[in-house]
Design a protein around this ligand. Structure first.
Ligand SMILES: C[S@@+](CC[C@H](N)C(=O)[O-])C[C@H]1O[C@@H](n2cnc3c(N)ncnc32)[C@H](O)[C@@H]1O
Length: 227
């Protein structure tokens, strides 16, 4: 659990201060429990960045505020969350960050001329059937620029007790409180994610980014060949 300490993190969270109470609570808990500071360090500092399954948009906005040379787009299947994200981002000062949001159907990855510099997922792929997961990663690979990065953050299935705690919370969130939308619940391991990305022809780095957190957060960074 980590508080939003950096100026960029504090500024990001301040943008949700006028949001409905439930969204404020959700974004606050999300910040404290997710390794956004660690994940941001993996994202290129400049260029077009797509966040798929951005939810309320806190990480999308944090990416934009952390580096003004990033043009960041957040997409999600949940129109209510995108409306909240747009409302919070409307509080950005001119030139503070280049951020946009859009609703997209499940499985759709927007094309960009020249390709995306990076495509990021933060805790989204566990909400999909394995075949949909493979298909969306393949669509991302196609949509990336040569040399572009596919950055996939999930919660690993090891260590077992930490993973079970995270999975229990996700079951509550999707099936009981219905805060999160998704077609399915299937928690991929770090190894499975890395295999999917190497099968696409990417060179990969896989690691845990969970120091100081309750959950076994992990990330796989895949690089598309430059030619
Ligand atoms: C646990 S939330 C994570 C939100 C955000 N990435 C974050 O880190 O705060 C998962 C999000 O994925 C979205 N989602 C689920 N399936 C999706 C899909 N096929 N395409 C895009 N978004 C999806 C949900 O609507 C939800 O907002």
């Amino acid at each position: 659990m980590k508080a939003p300490k950096s100026p960029a993190a504090r500024r990001t969270m301040a943008l949700w201060s006028a949001a409905p109470r439930s969204s404020r609570l959700h974004t606050t808990i999300r910040w404290w429990s997710a390794p956004f500071t660690e994940l941001e360090l993996e994202v290129p500092l400049a260029g077009d960045v797509l966040e798929v399954g951005c939810g309320h948009g806190i990480f999308t906005v944090f990416l934009g505020i952390s580096s003004r040379a990033r043009r960041v787009v957040g997409i999600d299947i949940d129109s209510d969350k995108i409306a909240l994200a747009k409302s919070a981002a409307s509080g950005l000062r001119p030139g503070e960050a280049e951020v946009d949001f859009d609703v997209m159907p499940a499985g759709s990855i927007p094309a960009l001329e020249g390709g995306w510099r990076a495509i990021v997922f933060a805790d989204v792929l566990y909400l999909m059937h394995p075949e949909d997961r493979a298909a969306i990663l393949s669509a991302c690979f196609e949509a990336l620029a040569p040399g572009g990065l596919l950055i996939v953050k999930e919660v690993d299935t090891r260590p077992r007790m930490k993973a079970l705690l995270a999975q229990f919370q996700e079951i509550l969130s999707t099936r009981v409180f219905r805060i999160t939308r998704g077609s399915h619940l299937d928690f991929p391991s770090l190894t499975e994610l890395e295999s999917l990305m190497t099968e696409l022809g990417m060179s990969t780095i896989a690691k845990h980014i969970d120091h100081g957190y309750i959950h076994p957060h992990c990330v796989v960074i895949g690089t598309k060949p430059a030619s």
